[in-house]
Design a protein around this ligand. Structure first.
Ligand SMILES: [Zn+2]
Length: 87
């Protein structure tokens, strides 16, 4: 007998080699921003999320270089449509 599930949206992506780990629920930690996060920076004291705009702004800063030990950069996902056309 089939069962109907109401699982939260959590779709495994197999058709693309790039898998997003950030979701639309992840929001930029930039001041008064709240845009969808595209970059996750893991640091010694926690994680920070950035939209493309704020990551561009902070990525070269000294504070970022001291803080970050792992960066998940998913800015590529913004250009998904263009990338398909370019290919
Ligand atoms: Zn932002």
């Amino acid at each position: 007998m089939a069962t109907i599930t109401n699982d939260p949206i959590e779709v495994p992506v197999h058709e693309d080699q790039k898998v997003r780990t950030l979701t639309l629920n992840d929001r930029c930690d930039g001041p008064k921003c709240g845009a969808a996060a595209l970059v996750k920076v893991s640091g010694v004291s926690g994680e920070l999320l950035f939209c493309g705009h704020h990551y561009n702004k902070y990525e070269e800063s000294d504070n970022m270089k001291k803080f970050a030990f792992d960066i998940v950069d998913e800015r590529w996902s913004m250009q998904g449509e263009n990338r398909l056309k370019a290919d």
